[in-house]
Design a binder for this molecule. Structure first.
Ligand code: C5P
Length: 283
């Protein structure tokens, strides 16, 4: 079985409070984009499933979210095949694009079909919650509000289709380390989430784009923050309707209603960065 696992961007990311269990309550407007990993999931008999990917440094064992998803599915349903999983990575890793979670969500969907289990999206999302906080959203996809740890999902009116330029600066950001730097009481600026929801309701792409906001940008080290701001400046200079960092970063994206402007931004960023992508929103 061949599947695509789509990346997500955060139109907004707000951190509401630190919880007793060490996680944070979040409020995020999420959007699927067409940048995708290519997966094959093949049932095998008489042995444990194996995992392979074209990225040498990805764990190819039970620590990989895709493998964890297959195991979580078998545990939850009480049956389901062992599977060989191969992943061709196109989504940058540790980049704020939920690449690993997208792979896990794709595996859950594949397992559901291969086992003929007929689970609904919500049931698959609930299994995904055990694998990672972004997995439930990746199972659902589209435009959605994610709250709680990320597992409380409300589908939203789709973001009007647009072009998306993504640029990953060449440094990784550890999500747990960035969360550890957040002091919720010191967050001064927050996204206008109600304004984004109203703009989505009105089908107003520019209204969403000018409200993009991610509170993680304000806790980055100054030199990282300047690099993020420099990428945003190029995107805006080329005609992006808005630009922001996605998730815990460092990927920065811009939304464009004009393909030529998006192509110009892609070309300019490609002069300085290796990992630049031009894709679209997917609903
Ligand atoms: O759930 P996941 O394994 O993706 O989360 C990775 C880390 O990110 C957690 O260990 C936690 O430190 C942090 N996190 C958080 N609050 C969330 C989601 C993730 O603090 N809502």
């Amino acid at each position: 079985m061949e599947l695509s696992a789509y990346a997500k961007i955060n139109l907004t990311l707000d951190i509401l409070r630190k919880r007793e269990d060490g996680y944070h309550d979040l409020q995020m407007v999420m959007q699927t984009v067409t940048l995708a990993d290519a997966l094959t999931v093949e049932p095998v008999e008489g042995r444990e499933g194996a995992m392979a990917s074209d990225l040498r440094y990805l764990p190819a064992d039970g620590r990989n979210l895709a493998q964890m998803a297959a195991a979580a599915f078998r545990n939850a349903v009480g049956e389901g095949p062992q599977v060989d999983i191969t992943i061709q990575k196109h989504i940058p890793v540790c980049a704020g694009l939920a690449g690993g979670s997208a792979d896990a969500a794709a595996v859950l969907k594949a397992m559901n079909q291969l086992a003929g289990a007929g689970l609904a999206v919500r049931e698959l999302a609930a299994i995904g919650e055990k694998v990672g906080s972004d997995v439930p959203y990746c199972v659902l996809g589209g435009t959605a509000l994610a709250e709680g740890r990320g597992e409380r999902l409300t589908p939203l009116p789709p973001l009007p289709n647009c072009h998306v330029v993504l640029c990953k600066p060449p440094f990784p950001i550890s999500t747990p380390q960035l969360f550890a730097k957040v002091n919720v009481r010191k967050i001064v600026c927050r996204p206008d989430t109600p304004g984004v929801l109203a703009a989505l309701e009105a089908g107003d792409l520019a209204g969403v784009a000018r409200r993009l906001y991610n509170v993680f940008e304000d806790v980055l080290e100054p030199r990282r923050k300047s690099e993020i701001d420099a990428v945003k400046a190029v995107l805006i200079d080329c005609g992006a309707l808005g630009a922001s960092m996605s998730g815990s970063g460092p990927t920065v994206f811009g939304l464009f209603d004009d393909l030529d402007a998006a192509q110009a931004a892609y070309d300019r960023l490609k002069e300085s960065y290796q990992q630049v992508f031009l894709c679209e929103t997917l609903n």
